[in-house]
Structure formats: structure tokens, C-alpha cells
Design a protein around this ligand. Structure first.
Ligand SMILES: Nc1nc2c(c(=O)[nH]1)N[C@H]1C(S)=C(S)[C@@H](COP(=O)(O)O)O[C@H]1N2
Ligand SMILES: [Mo]
Length: 500
């Protein structure tokens, strides 16, 4: 409990990555998307899965601590255990195991320490936590059993002095447990559960999504809140001149403003994990060209301070529309959208737009990111898609009331970085199509908004379907062979009832 309390305090006050949070990150790369979705279905969503992850890590930790304590007590009864043995068993051994097992995720820091500094900080504080465990265990055992040396083995356990000490120790244990519960509650209030999975859809959809309504997806239980003073951006790997930029260096560079739509790879046909904003920042090729990619460079691996990673082909990173954004719709990036810097990779799924960006590593062709390691992909380019936002599925209208203005049908269409040239609506389940009006055409990198006035002339049940054509003239399609791990394709359909 003392060690767990120390970890929670470190996580809460100093935003240090403790096993409570990073064990889940370490394990989740081993769960491929199918079982991942199965487990998520079983436990009731990503938020529950995260809660399950943290609480089982905490329980496992307490259980291991308990077993360690019992083993120690058993040995202590037969002979005094010297400090170098308890230190080896309870500090050195767990430290070595943690370094080996958690190495890839130790470079995490939720206040934005650069990766190498974060790795050292996480390791040192972990050693401190194990030290606390060892000291509390040894000292409380000695406290419990001291002063009973003259009495026999049997009476030692039942003397009033021992009873008093046991009572005091238990009380201290209860206080620690209370502390753990109190800080766990505090962490819960700043956790991502309340907003992870936020969608933006429905009749109120605007061309530009307001920052506080922008869809949100994060792998984290507690998101980073980066301290800009600690933060920097590294360009490294297969480059001639590795470099580190502080925010003021970046802000002195030429800025671009670019409207770009983002969509999550797991967005359902009727879902709202898609939003549009105006991003301001620097062009990624400016930084990469200054660094000078070496022969053999094929991909670019982007790292967030939360130890999230993803990769893009070097060619894509060198396109002038691939950028590092510092502002969103005229404001500094909100914390949950990646303050102080995030990648914008037009035409690729949301995963690639790494938030809380702290390192850009130029790599060979085999580099993989967090979700790629899990088995997402292999295709990460957004296929053309469209959605009906109004009316809602299963809406009812009275025919007589539609004689003047009909049913207003509207929604969005998104063609990755290819733009949208046409949107069509069918009111007979894809038998025939009619042009919708594009009310907001956006740019090649954004969604378009469309509208259609439908005047049904008889009552009945209608199936409405939308389809879009991208800027290259390719009509949205259902790709039968496409794995869901590359994002689903198909058509959004709704049912509307018209009654007499
Ligand atoms: N550092 C970091 N970047 C990240 C993620 C993350 O968990 N950590 N999630 C990714 C995913 S899956 C998506 S869909 C987008 C969502 O961006 P948004 O929350 O700003 O809409 O961010 C991506 N970038
Ligand atoms: Mo995503």
C-alpha cells in the first residue's frame, strides 16, 4: 500500500509514468485487433477495458507485494535476513525485471519530458518505489517483532505488546489504503474516461468543428498535460544533422494555415469519429529537409510523450501538406488534442496524426507504430465515405406536412486528401440516385457538407442511402476484400417512415 500510494502520488503530482498505467500500454501491443474488439465487447467498451487494465495491474502489484512480504516473514523466522538480501530481492530483482519487461514504455512522461530523460526519470522513481516497499516491509516486520526476544516462539505471537504493535501497524495500513483510495479518486476525475470516444455528428454539424466538440480518441487512461518548458521536439534517426527544437525555435519558422479533416480508422459508417479544423504550424518537410535524410531512409516514426508512436512513409512526410500543428482554429492546441504540437497527415487515418509529438525519427522500411504493432492496417489511407446527419434513422413524417418543404436531408462526405466532387442520394435503397447540393465544398483535404430536399409523394417505408465521389472522380464503394483493420467501407443507410 505504501508503494502504491507513492506511485499514485508520483503519477498525480509529477505526471510520472508508473507501472499502473504503462503495463497496459506494454501489453496492448500483443493483443491483435480481433481479440481486442472481442475483449472490449465483453467488458463494455474501451473505457472499461482501460479501467480493467489499471485495476488489475494495481491488484497484481498488491498481490505480488503480499506474497513477497509473506516469503520474507517465513525466512525471517528461521534466520535474520541481512539488508543486502532484502535489497536484492525487493529492489534489485524487481528493478531488473521492470527494466527488461517495460523498457519500450519507460520513455513516457505525462508532463512532456523528452523520451530519454523520461526513461531515466521513470526508472529512478521506480527504484524509489521498490525501495519504499523494501523499507516499509522490513521496518514494520522489525517493529512488529521487536522486544519479544526473551519470550518463547509460541508466546511471541500472543503477547499484549505484539497485539498493540499489530494494531498500530494495521491502523497505519488502513490510513495508507485510505490515501490510495483518495488519490485514485482524484486521478479518476482527470482521467480520459469522460471524453475518450467523443463524437461529432448530427444535424448541428458545422463546416469547422469547434475545438471543444472535436472528436477525441486516446489510448491513455490519463492524458498528457505538457509543460512547455520541459518539452522539446527531436529530429533524429537516419539523418545527417539530428536536431532538437524548442517551441520558440519552431515558432520563429514560417507558419502555414491549413484546413484538414481527421477521421479515426475505427469510425463506423454512421459514427462521428471525424471532425474538421484549421491547423496552424510548420510544414514537416521543412524540418526533415534541414535534417537531411540519409540513404536507406524509408519511413518516419512519430513519437508522442505518452509513448504513442505511428509511422508514415518518408514520401508522405515530405509532402508540403504534412505538418506539425501548434494551433487549432486560432487557439493553442487543447491538451486533449495534443498540446503543444501534433502531426497532421492529410488523407491518412487519425492514428497517424500523433498528438503531444516530441520526436520524429527517420527510419528504414520496417518501423512500426503502436496500432501497427497490434495488427491494424496494412492500409491507412482514408477511403471515400459519406454520412447522413439528418433525419435520424427511423424518423417518422406525416405526408400531408411535407407538401411544401419536404424532408431536409443533410450530412457530410469525406474523400481523404482527394476532396469531394459530387454527393448523391438515393431514396429507394440504391436503385436510383439523385444529386445532392454541396453546401460547403471545403478543400481537397477536408470533408464537404451536402443537403437534399426530398419530396416523397406517397406514404411508405423508405431506405435512404448516400454516396460520394472524390475529387479524382472515383465513386465511393464497398470493398469486399478490405480487412476491417484497414478501416471499413460501405454506405450509410437510414430508414425513414412516411405516413398518411
Ligand atoms: N500521442 C497520441 N497521439 C494520438 C493518439 C494517442 O492515443 N496518443 N490517438 C490517435 C488516434 S487513434 C486518433 S483517431 C487521433 C484522434 O485525434 P483527436 O483526439 O485530436 O481527434 O489521434 C491519434 N493520435
Ligand atoms: Mo483512431
Amino acid at each position: 500500500m505504501a508503494m502504491t500510494l507513492a506511485m499514485l502520488l508520483l503519477a498525480w503530482k509529477l505526471r510520472i509514468a508508473t507501472p499502473l498505467f504503462i503495463v497496459g500500454d506494454r501489453l496492448s501491443v500483443f493483443i491483435s485487433p480481433k481479440p481486442f474488439f472481442w475483449i472490449m465487447g465483453r467488458v463494455g467498451g474501451y473505457n472499461h477495458l482501460k479501467q480493467l487494465g489499471v485495476s488489475s495491474t494495481a491488484l497484481a502489484q498488491l498481490l505480488l507485494g503480499g506474497i513477497g512480504g509473506m516469503l520474507y516473514a517465513l525466512v525471517q523466522r528461521t534466520r535474520p535476513v541481512p539488508w543486502r538480501e532484502t535489497a536484492a530481492a525487493f529492489i534489485f530483482l524487481p528493478m531488473v525485471l521492470s527494466l527488461i519487461l517495460l523498457w519500450p514504455v519507460l520513455g513516457t512522461h505525462y508532463a512532456g519530458l523528452p523520451i530519454d530523460a523520461a526513461r531515466i526519470t521513470t526508472s529512478l522513481t521506480l527504484a524509489l518505489c521498490f525501495f519504499i516497499f523494501e523499507r516499509v516491509l522490513v521496518l514494520s516486520y522489525l517493529f512488529l517483532t521487536s522486544g519479544g526476544s526473551q519470550t518463547s516462539e509460541l508466546s511471541r505471537e500472543f503477547t499484549p505488546a505484539i497485539g498493540r504493535r499489530a494494531f498500530l501497524l494495521s491502523t497505519a495500513g488502513l490510513l495508507l489504503t485510505g490515501g490510495v483510495a483518495a488519490i485514485a479518486r482524484k486521478l479518476f476525475t482527470i482521467a480520459t474516461f469522460s471524453y475518450d470516444g467523443t463524437q461529432y455528428k448530427g444535424p448541428a454539424v458545422q463546416p469547422i468543428t469547434p475545438n471543444d466538440q472535436f472528436y477525441c480518441v486516446t489510448k491513455n487512461v490519463v492524458d498528457p498535460r505538457v509543460n512547455e518548458g520541459l518539452w522539446h521536439l527531436e529530429i533524429c534517426g537516419l539523418v545527417q544533422n539530428p536536431r532538437t527544437y524548442r517551441m520558440q525555435d519552431l515558432q520563429a519558422m514560417g507558419m502555414i494555415d491549413q484546413e484538414t479533416t481527421l477521421m479515426c480508422i475505427s469510425n463506423g459508417l454512421d459514427a462521428g469519429l471525424m471532425s474538421n479544423a484549421i491547423w496552424r504550424g510548420v510544414a514537416m518537410p521543412d524540418l526533415l529537409q534541414a535534417a537531411g535524410p540519409l540513404p536507406g531512409a524509408a519511413r518516419v516514426k512519430l513519437y508522442g510523450v505518452d509513448n504513442y508512436t505511428d509511422t508514415v512513409p518518408l514520401e508522405k512526410a515530405l509532402e508540403s501538406t504534412t505538418m506539425i500543428a501548434f494551433e487549432m482554429n486560432g487557439e493553442r492546441l487543447p491538451d486533449r488534442h495534443g498540446f503543444p504540437a501534433r502531426a497532421i497527415v492529410p488523407g491518412y487515418f487519425g492514428e497517424k496524426h500523433v498528438k503531444w509529438l516530441t520526436r520524429i525519427e527517420v527510419t528504414g522500411r520496417d518501423a512500426k507504430g503502436f496500432y501497427e504493432e497490434q495488427g491494424w492496417g496494412p492500409d491507412f489511407i482514408v477511403p471515400t465515405r459519406s454520412r447522413i446527419d439528418l433525419p435520424a434513422n427511423e424518423s417518422w413524417y406525416k405526408l400531408a406536412e411535407l407538401s411544401q418543404k419536404g424532408v431536409v436531408v443533410k450530412g457530410v462526405a469525406f474523400g481523404g486528401d482527394r476532396g469531394i466532387s459530387q454527393v448523391e442520394l438515393s431514396t429507394d435503397d440504391a436503385e436510383s440516385w439523385d444529386d445532392a447540393t454541396i453546401t460547403y465544398s471545403g478543400t481537397k483535404l477536408t470533408w464537404a457538407l451536402w443537403r437534399y430536399e426530398w419530396k416523397p409523394d406517397e406514404s411508405g417505408d423508405y431506405v435512404l442511402v448516400v454516396r460520394a465521389t472524390d475529387g479524382q472522380g472515383d465513386v465511393q464503394e464497398f470493398e469486399e476484400d478490405r480487412e476491417f483493420t484497414s478501416g471499413i467501407t460501405g454506405f450509410h443507410k437510414i430508414v425513414v417512415h412516411i405516413y398518411a
